[in-house]
Write a protein that binds this ligand. Structure first.
Ligand code: IVH
Length: 680
């Protein structure tokens, strides 16, 4: 797979293969989003997939198909219980902009297409409401029907449900057929209250207000929809040729208001600076709104020009959605609790009033360690800003207002097992050293042990692990491989109310399929401090068998390039503890390590082979020197400055000017996770 290869360097075969992969992936995520209201990826990750698809199709025009997601909006409607309605005109989508440069590009395209001077163009700036679009058709003032967007051409008839929304007028004072389009949304407070209630009823929670709105409008019982406090902002109307006496988008919004529709904030923008002003103001004030917005939409104000511009693919040429970057939000600290990680590391966690950050509800944020708490003077009751990027644990970026409460002091004993906490070497972190007896530590470790980084047992998550520990089925991770035996001795898993024969057998089969393991994974699964997947591979390369590693001397470990002093200490201390030796020997009675082959011979098929790679920013899962070594072992030429010859830039946290340079040169950017995944 040529994924992430710059499009300019792709050949036809690679483009074909990646298009196939991208189209399938986008269709899957469309279905999750539109039909099942349960997305698995963030909006920005989704946008990246679409952008990559568009970029490849732009270069390889011969590979564009009519059925490509680039030509379609939304998802095909599967398993829907609603009557289908064909939209009078397709309900399309908008192209996205992410920067001022993209806005310039948009303006440029529009003026070139219309062959008019850019300075004469006026735009209507609107809030981009984070809900779902709906269409309501009125005939002679009465609602004829209302539909969801569906796949853009065919929507679902949700007339009864739309009628329950207070902002949808029952009647309008206009004759003939009039279509109104807008966004159905759920105010943030109503979303929070709904989830609170669902939590009490042990029902699954909605991930954000948009999904709650989507789930609520697609209820078979309109009474349920009515109980959900949905709202509607109108932004478009069509009279199918009858003159409404309006000339601009702003006239349209005003007419909609006169017809008693709710219309979100908008503003006339006369140039790119005014567009940026509106965007920035929306970005700064989004937290003060009662509803979620995920950007601003800019539409060419003249309706005549809008018509002249027409459509390309699935989007109109006249409008663009300027999306907000993954977010930051303001909230209050309700409590500060202490968590014990799988290696015994003590981490203070702030429990905060739930807020939506970057499209997901956040109720916890890491405070890293107690030194950080005292340095920032963080206390319960403080108002703080929280940021979140991708799947990384949300963190507190700044304290907005101090409560004046006491700053919590570092604990001296483990909150889970009561043993005395210690510092490891020069680390500022505190550790519970009761590796084999601390319940919290064990639960975390067991969840890690079955995770994709270690034994990778499918369908076995942290929840089941906790349940099994609680029931006494698992007292050591080795018990995972003895579950079936225990079952045969009467601890019948199949008889548990939530399990049954099929699920139990599926789990046993999954466990059985993982009784052989590679050496690096086996080493990773020991959860030695500082030894993640990368160091594990390094150790496997050097020692080749688990026995050699168990018997390694400090001198041998120190010889290893890329292994820090502290990690060397951790490995030695792990290997010299008799309990650990016994544990490894015991585990090996149930699992087999696949004989290890060194990776010294260079992998010429790696996407990094003979490519120039630059690292920038702080890496989280590995040190810079280890990462460089991995890249080099895959045949990459690692350099420190970016030029037109650079193939990949691996971007860590707080990356500086190199990131800007890379973007300017159009170099392929990879996150640390992507790099590690491709370097596997
Ligand atoms: S205009 C051709 N205006 O954003 C589609 N859309 O990313 C014209 N949205 O499908 C849509 N606020 O669901 C428009 N003020 C606004 C909007 C808005 C939210 C949604 C809408 C659309 C999606 C496009």
């Amino acid at each position: 797979m040529s994924e992430n290869k710059p499009v300019a360097f792709m050949n036809l075969g690679e483009a074909k293969a990646e298009l196939k992969y991208l189209r399938a992936k986008i269709r899957r995520h469309d279905n999750l989003y539109y039909n099942l209201a349960s997305p698995e990826i963030s909006d920005s990750q989704y946008d990246e997939l679409r952008m990559r698809l568009n970029a490849i199709e732009e270069r390889f025009k011969e590979l564009v198909t009519k059925t490509s997601p680039s030509k379609q909006v939304g998802a095909p409607i599967f398993g829907s219980h609603f009557r289908k309605i064909t939209h009078k005109k397709p309900m399309l989508s908008l192209d996205n902009a992410f920067s001022k440069a993209d806005i310039f590009k948009f303006m440029d395209k529009v003026s070139k297409f219309l062959r008019i001077d850019q300075a004469t163009l006026e735009l209507c700036g609107e809030q981009k409401i984070d809900g779902l679009s709906a269409s309501i058709v009125y005939k002679d003032g009465e609602i004829l029907y209302g539909a969801t967007r569906g796949n853009g051409y065919l929507g679902e008839d949700v007339t009864g449900n739309l009628k329950t929304i207070a902002d949808v007028p029952e009647r309008i004072g206009l004759p003939g057929e009039i279509e109104i389009r807008g966004e159905v949304y759920m105010p943030t407070d109503s979303f929070m209250a709904l989830n609170e209630e669902r939590k009490l009823q042990a029902e699954s929670l909605f991930v954000n207000p948009r999904n709650a709105a989507a789930g609520s409008i697609r209820q078979l019982d309109a009474a349920v929809t009515a109980s959900r406090n949905l709202k509607f902002f109108a932004y478009y109307m069509d009279s199918f040729g009858n003159d409404l006496g309006i000339a601009t988008q702003i006239d349209m919004l005003q007419l909609l208001q006169e017809l008693e529709f709710s219309v979100a904030q908008y503003r006339l923008c006369r140039n790119v600076d005014e567009v940026m002003d509106y965007y920035e103001q929306m970005l700064m004030t989004r937290n003060e709104l009662e509803y979620e917005i995920d950007g601003a939409v800019f539409k060419i104000n003249s309706l005549k020009l809008q018509e002249d511009l027409g459509f390309v693919g699935r989007s109109p040429r006249h409008s663009i959605a300027f999306k907000f970057p993954a977010g930051e939000a303001k909230t209050d600290i309700i409590d500060i609790v202490v968590s014990v990680g799988r290696t015994g590391k003590i981490t203070p966690i702030a429990i905060v009033s739930p807020v939506i950050v970057g499209g997901a509800t956040v109720s916890k944020a890491t405070l890293h360690n107690f030194e950080e708490i005292s340095r920032k003077g963080i206390a319960i009751g403080d108002t703080v800003t929280i940021s979140r990027s991708g799947d990384v644990i949300p963190k507190i970026t700044s304290v907005v207002e101090k409560s004046g409460n006491c700053v919590p002091q570092s604990p001296t004993t483990c909150p889970s097992c009561g043993s005395t906490l210690e510092r490891e070497g020069e680390s500022i972190d505190l550790f519970c050293m009761n590796y084999h007896g601390c319940p919290s530590q064990f639960a975390r470790y067991a969840a890690y042990f079955v995770s994709k980084h270690c034994f990778d047992i499918p369908g076995f998550g942290a929840k089941q692990i906790e349940e099994f520990i609680w029931e006494g089925r698992i007292k050591s991770v080795i018990d995972i491989f003895r579950l079936k035996e225990m079952d045969d001795h009467g601890a019948k898993l199949a008889q548990k109310p939530t399990w049954g024969e099929i699920s139990a057998n599926k789990l046993y089969a999954a466990i059985d399929s993982k009784r052989t393991i590679t050496l690096p994974r086996f080493i990773t699964s020991l959860a030695i401090l500082g030894v993640g997947e990368i160091t594990a591979r390094l150790l496997a390369d050097k020692f080749e068998t688990i026995d050699n590693l168990m018997n390694a001397t400090k001198v041998e470990l120190r010889e290893l390039d890329g292994l820090g002093k502290t990690t060397t200490e951790h490995i030695c201390s792990y290997m010299s503890n008799p309990k650990n030796i016994e544990f490894v020997q015991d585990l090996l009675r149930y699992v087999t390590i696949i004989p290890y082959k060194r990776t010294e011979t260079m992998d010429t098929t790696s996407m990094f082979y003979k490519k120039t790679v630059v690292f920038t920013g702080k890496l989280e899962r590995t040190s810079r020197s280890q990462a460089k070594q991995i890249a080099a072992s895959r045949g990459a030429i690692v350099t420190s400055s970016i030029s037109s010859k650079t193939d990949f830039v691996i971007v860590g946290n707080d990356a500086g000017s190199k990131l800007g340079q890379a973007k300017m040169l159009g170099v392929t950017l990879l996150t640390e996770d992507e790099f590690l995944q491709h370097a596997k």
